[in-house]
Design a protein around this ligand. Structure first.
Ligand SMILES: C[S@@+](CC[C@H](N)C(=O)[O-])C[C@H]1O[C@@H](n2cnc3c(N)ncnc32)[C@H](O)[C@@H]1O
Length: 317
């Protein structure tokens, strides 16, 4: 589809049928955008995700097998396919997928495997294995236990890197058990329980059917990733996303080779056990109360208080 007029005509037809584009601002041709020639929001995240993939693979995106889960209007799939990746993209809403397919035609990218489906059905048998799995903006739309199961399924199809961009629970007031471990998180609202199937489908960014979702806290999500087979997990700060709140993070989880032989004795801690809150002794030093205490409490008593609270007794190195 090289003709600009034809591109604009089809875009107008799609907008008429399914409503305007809601998030992914894609440049389809000279002067033709799905949303606007001005930045509309997600451009920053596209740069972050593309840079992470490039950095993880020495700048070579060409030839990578990439899975884009819940691809919405297809921007991430399109960007990586444009750079030579072999992309499979799953999306649960036909309206979103139609827009993504159209953008691919407009850009002349015919190699993307667009699949209408439910990410909860992800499997190696159906979808294969991937160098990169993108789990952007979908984890916190699933309820427990689906959220646990999806992380396991992603680990199963991922041979190198999982990128998770997600909302996290800032207070872990609720808990759920999975595979013998307890995780903390909070319930999020997705749909009015009285809403119809059609009304739920119309909410283009929401869950497909579940009326509530369950968001994990950061430590619980990290532990879940580790227990699902990811050997190390990193949080992305650069490229910066200035608009991101403290309740939203981008993680990179790697499936590496678990290292077992060391020159030191084995540590006592479980490498997957990320504490929900650091012990009080680790949080107190540096606070004003602690600094005043140093001035007024005699050293022997200070040592006893430190030992009782489990605070660091050695000088920082
Ligand atoms: C907040 S949007 C995020 C989309 C995109 N990944 C991004 O980061 O811009 C959530 C997307 O997940 C899709 N979705 C929700 N639940 C799904 C499910 N169970 N299976 C497949 N897609 C789902 C929605 O249709 C929507 O496109």
């Amino acid at each position: 589809m090289s003709d600009r007029v034809a591109i604009e005509r089809e875009q107008a037809e799609l907008a008429q049928r399914f409503g305007p584009w809601t998030a992914h601002n894609i440049r389809l041709a000279e002067g033709v955008y799905t949303i606007s020639s001005e930045p509309s929001g997600d451009e920053v995240k596209l740069r972050r995700i593309t840079q992470i993939v490039s950095d993880l693979f020495d700048g070579r995106i060409d030839g990578l097998r990439v899975l884009d889960l819940a691809c919405l209007e297809g921007m991430y799939a399109l960007e990586l396919a444009r750079r030579g990746a072999e992309v499979v993209a799953i999306e649960g809403r036909e309206a979103n997928l139609e827009k993504a397919r159209y953008a691919a035609r407009a850009l002349g990218l015919d190699g993307i495997d667009w699949r209408l489906g439910d990410v909860r059905d992800l499997s190696r048998e159906q979808h294969g294995e991937f160098d990169v799995v993108l789990c952007l903006g979908i984890l916190y739309h699933l309820d427990a236990p689906d959220v646990f199961s999806l992380v396991g399924r992603m680990a199963d199809v991922c041979r190198r890197a999982l990128i998770v961009d997600t909302a996290i629970a800032l207070s872990g007031s609720e808990q759920r058990a999975h595979d013998g471990h307890v995780y903390r998180g909070t319930t999020l609202f997705e749909h009015d329980p009285d809403s119809s199937k059609e009304e739920r489908l119309k909410a283009a960014w929401s869950s497909l059917d579940n009326t509530i979702a369950w968001a994990l806290t950061r430590p619980s999500l990290l532990s879940l990733l580790a227990r699902s087979g990811f050997t190390s997990v990193y949080e992305c700060w650069i490229p910066a996303e200035p608009g991101k709140t403290s309740g939203r993070i981008t993680l990179v989880a790697l499936r590496g080779r678990p290292q077992t032989e060391f020159v030191s004795p084995p540590p006592a801690e479980d490498p997957a056990a990320v504490p929900e809150r650091p012990p009080v002794g680790a949080r107190l030093p540096g606070t004003r109360l602690w600094r005043i205490g140093r001035l007024v409490v005699p050293p022997p008593l200070r040592r006893r208080v430190r030992a009782l609270l489990g605070a660091e007794t050695r000088r920082p190195r």
